[in-house]
Design a protein. Structure first.
Lengths: 303, 375, 234
């Protein structure tokens, strides 16, 4: 930069080392994280119709309903999706639903155990095998989805600990996907929510009893899932914003006014502060980039 | 371009960049040392202590002991067999098999346990620093910084992190597939007795399932791809996979992405909504909600126009001129809006992932924040 | 001959999958095929790991540039396989404590869990998190409103970026929320309209087109017209 003394400010800005932009993004995200971590303050959230639809779909089920939750994500997407998974399990626990957790992603298996331990913990009213079960991972992607639609025990012969399904009380009567009352997919990509609509939910449409389906998906996948809502899906949590809205709905149900919400149920809401500054930075960068572009074009035209 | 494929850089700029890197590293090390010295207050009340250091993980021991119980049970064929059942050892009972589990606890619980042990050492369970898990947190933090160092430029530390994750990921997927699918569905089908005795004692099997030889055979053919000489044998399992996928997708994609999506389009273009009045029974007699009706009708119309125009854009068998060209142009506008929305959501997703990583560094490692009360 | 047999196998298997969707009595066939498919998918992971080992060992033996990193990969891979297969540090199943390998391979505290929790998980997460920086840099350098299409794209991006965070709520908080004629102009509602109407239409059209394409490609594979998946016949 020092060898072009007559360069205008905008031209110098155009040639800025991208590492300065990286630093700006790091500060835009890190600063709010520390601020929220210290103050504990979060922004208010209002649920959009798609998120409200997801909440209502679980809420209107009778207590003790059978909920199949597919943890179709890995640690790489846990930043966006873990709050959704936590929210869904927490909501099901509040409604006393029976939770059947599974995954089609190998790295998703420990996430099931961690989420169930974190949310359900030592709740005496929730016993393993009677109120919740961890079915673990099965390889096969759509093959597994197709198989659970027809013969669930063949797809998952045992739970993640190796216990045969026949010995797990809450698995009695589960022969196929349509035996569940709702399907929830927390989806990072392939296989995930889209494939569940194609191979899991759509066959139930022709069987005469549509399986209610709710999904939480990453920001990248959400626009692709929108066309399925609301006919093939009851609701969708789109990206971290959707997770934050859902958290606010579940927390409003779970906590009395004035009561403190446990921090583990505010993970997405805490992440909305860095989102705000990150998005503002992105808009600013695009605007500045275009100002430089048009200024340069005008200067070129003048010359 | 240099030998490594990176663009050639002015040596003076390179030296300045290296010096800046050293300065940044020195500042970071100094800050870390300061953080370790300053310490954090863990626990509360009388149990509060100042812990120098950070990134520690505390665990509480839980001893487990088991005793065997031999009993006679009726097998499926009616004969009596002797079975050995294991149950937890009662207090005072000497276990035949025992081990110690370590469960993670918060720093506050550690501080309280230290206080309790000081008062009554015998009764309080042992709560201590878990050095393997603490080393893990530090390793994770250093690997995180190693990956982030790529933002400065490609460097050996980043390459090392990359090598580690490639090796661990490949091994991880292989092990999970082996234990979760191959052992119960293949070994459990072909050698159930041995599998039950050594790998999965809970396995329930009706005997050898010889159909398990089919996927085993296909799998062996698939593994032939490792050798150049016999890799052609791999086309059979590949054909099996492709055929299965083709059959599955042929039906399901038509059902869910074609028929269902087209059926969704058959919605009224003129929507009449009525106001929802508090206390009213029937909405059909309520006044018309003009704003809602016009909004819903416009939405339905815009969706129909959008779908048709985007389909027109992707229809390349007709030249895009005249009416088709006009429709295609509208389709492009819709696609640009779609891509703009996708971009916005993608940014949202990426920033959330970055926020999660920085939270790990500030919370689990540096103990600068503690939103969930772990320390 | 081999290619013909493979194509016939693909056709038979595919047609079985299609038939079982329409004929309930044949469902058992589809279940069997899918069961074998799932096992084959698991064996494919074994193939992937073995191939990784092969490629890196070749690189090490040839002393290619960066062979040291390959050595690290191989070592870490073998360690992961070893601790995973032998369930090092994972306690047996409490119901069967006499069977050493009966426990959960991913039991918290075990060596396999350690590798997942402290090596694989943080590194893969951070690799994905890097994209946030590059998206910012790309937005500054490349996003130019040069024509109508670009203006539409950028304008939509602005509305969605701002509408999905609290700043969007603040910027248009002066627009009355209870007046349906104007409340749609609030940024958070505008982003909802963009997703629910325009994105919905565009994505739906692409989905329909892709479904038709998949149906055509699948049919070509099922009848044996498309054999590109078998590789060249040389």
């Amino acid at each position: 930069m020092s060898d072009r003394p007559n360069e205008s400010f905008l031209a110098r800005l155009d040639r800025i080392d991208r590492r300065w932009i990286f630093l700006m993004m790091a500060i835009a995200v890190a600063g709010p994280i520390i601020w929220v971590g210290v103050t504990g303050r979060t922004f208010p959230e209002t649920a959009t119709p798609a998120v409200q639809g997801a909440f209502d779909a679980i809420e209107r089920l009778p207590e003790g309903s059978k909920v199949l939750v597919s943890f179709d994500f890995d640690p790489a997407s846990a930043g966006e999706l873990q709050p959704m998974a936590t929210g869904f399990i927490h909501h099901c626990q509040l409604r006393k639903h029976r939770i059947y957790a599974m995954t089609l992603w190998a790295p998703g298996s420990p996430l099931i155990g961690a989420t169930l331990a974190d949310v359900i913990g030592n709740d005496p009213s929730y016993r393993y095998g009677e109120n919740f079960v961890d079915l673990g991972f099965q390889a096969g992607n759509e093959g597994v989805m197709k198989q659970v639609g027809v013969d669930f025990p063949k797809a998952f012969p045992n739970d993640s600990k190796g216990t045969p399904l026949a010995r797990i009380p809450m698995m009695q009567g589960i022969t196929r996907l349509s035996d569940f009352d709702i399907l929830i997919s927390v989806s990072a990509g392939y296989p995930g929510g889209k494939e569940w609509v194609q191979y899991g939910v759509s066959p139930t449409l022709t069987q005469g009893h549509r399986l209610p389906f709710v999904a939480g998906s990453t920001g990248v996948q959400t626009p692709q899932m929108i066309p399925y809502y609301p006919v093939q899906m009851s609701g969708i949590l789109g990206a971290i914003k959707g997770a934050a809205e859902y958290e606010s709905l579940v927390n409003a149900k779970a906590t009395a006014p004035g009561e403190t919400v446990p921090a583990k149920y505010q993970e997405a809401q805490r992440r909305m502060a860095p989102q705000l500054f990150g998005h503002s930075l992105m808009v600013g960068l695009i605007l500045v980039g275009n100002v430089i572009f048009f200024a340069g074009r005008r200067k070129g035209a003048a010359e | 371009m240099s030998q490594l494929g990176t663009p050639m850089v002015d040596p003076a700029v390179e030296r300045r960049a290296n010096r800046m890197m050293m300065v940044i590293l020195a500042v970071v090390c100094a800050l870390l040392a300061l953080r370790a010295v300053v310490g954090s207050s863990v626990g509360s009340g009388d149990a509060a202590v100042t812990e120098h250091g950070f990134g520690l993980v505390y665990v509480q021991e839980a001893k487990k002991g088991f005793v065997a119980e031999d009993a006679k049970e009726k097998a499926a064929d009616g004969t009596e067999v002797e079975v050995r059942r294991w149950k937890p050892a009662a207090p005072g009972q000497t276990p035949e098999i025992s081990w110690t589990e370590w469960n993670e606890v918060t720093a506050g619980e550690w501080a309280a346990a230290q206080r309790a042990r000081a008062d009554a050492p015998a009764s309080a369970p042992l709560v201590t620093v878990s050095w393997p898990r603490t080393a893990g947190v530090w390793f994770a933090a250093l690997m995180t910084l190693a990956v982030l160092s790529f933002l400065w430029r490609d460097n050996p530390v980043y390459k090392l992190a990359e090598s580690v994750v490639v090796g661990v990921s490949a091994g991880y997927w292989m092990i999970v597939a082996t234990w979760d699918t191959l052992v119960p569905k293949l070994a459990g089908a072909l050698v159930p007795a041995w599998t039950k005795a050594h790998l999965m004692p809970s396995l329930e099997s009706a005997g050898v399932d010889w159909w398990g030889l089919v996927p085993l055979g296909l799998g062996m053919l698939l593994l032939c791809r490792l050798s150049a000489r016999v890799s052609w044998l791999g086309i059979f399992p590949l054909a099996f996979v492709v055929g299965t996928f083709a059959g599955l997708r042929f039906v399901q994609n038509i059902e869910s992405d074609l028929l269902a999506q087209v059926a969704t389009m058959f919605e009224p273009l003129v929507v009449v909504k009525h106001q929802v009045l508090a206390g009213a029974d029937a909405t059909a007699t309520a006044p018309i909600d003009w704003a809602g009706s016009i909004g819903a009708s416009l939405s339905a119309l815009l969706i129909l126009v959008g779908v048709l125009s985007v389909l027109a854009y992707f229809f390349f068998s007709l030249e895009h001129k005249g009416a088709v060209g006009g429709a295609a142009r509208v389709g492009i506008w819709y696609l640009m809006i779609t891509f703009g929305a996708s971009f916005g959501f993608t940014v949202m997703g990426r920033i959330a992932l970055l926020a999660a990583r920085l939270e790990f560094l500030f919370d689990d490692w540096l103990w600068l924040i503690d939103p969930s009360g772990k320390h | 001959m081999g290619r013909n047999a493979a194509a016939v196998l693909a056709s038979i298997v595919g047609l079985v999958m299609v038939l079982t969707a329409f004929a309930r009595p044949l469902e058992f066939l589809g279940t069997a095929v899918v069961d074998w498919f799932n096992v084959l998918a698991a064996i494919a992971f074994v193939l992937g790991g073995a191939n990784l080992l092969k490629m890196n060992l070749l690189k090490i033996s040839a002393r290619d540039a960066g062979w040291g990193y390959s050595a690290v990969t191989v070592c870490v891979f073998l360690v992961t396989i070893g601790v995973g297969l032998l369930k090092i540090g994972a306690h047996p199943d409490p119901l069967h404590p006499d069977v050493a390998l009966s426990g959960d391979k991913e039991a918290v505290g075990g060596a396999f869990w350690w590798l997942y929790e402290y090596a694989m998980s943080p590194i893969t997460s951070t690799l994905f998190a890097l994209l946030a920086f590059y998206v910012a840099s790309a937005a500054f350098r490349a996003f130019r409103a040069k024509n109508t299409a670009a203006i539409l794209l950028l304008g939509t991006a602005f509305i969605v970026l701002l509408g999905r965070v609290y700043v969007g709520v603040l910027l248009t908080s002066w627009i009355p929320a209870d007046n349906a004629w104007v409340s749609w102009l609030r940024l958070e509602n505008l982003s909802g309209i963009i997703m629910g109407v325009f994105n919905n239409a565009g994505t739906r059209a692409m989905m329909i087109g892709i479904a038709i394409g998949i149906a055509a490609t699948s049919l070509k594979i099922l009848v044996g017209l498309d054999r590109s998946y078998l590789g060249s016949s040389d």
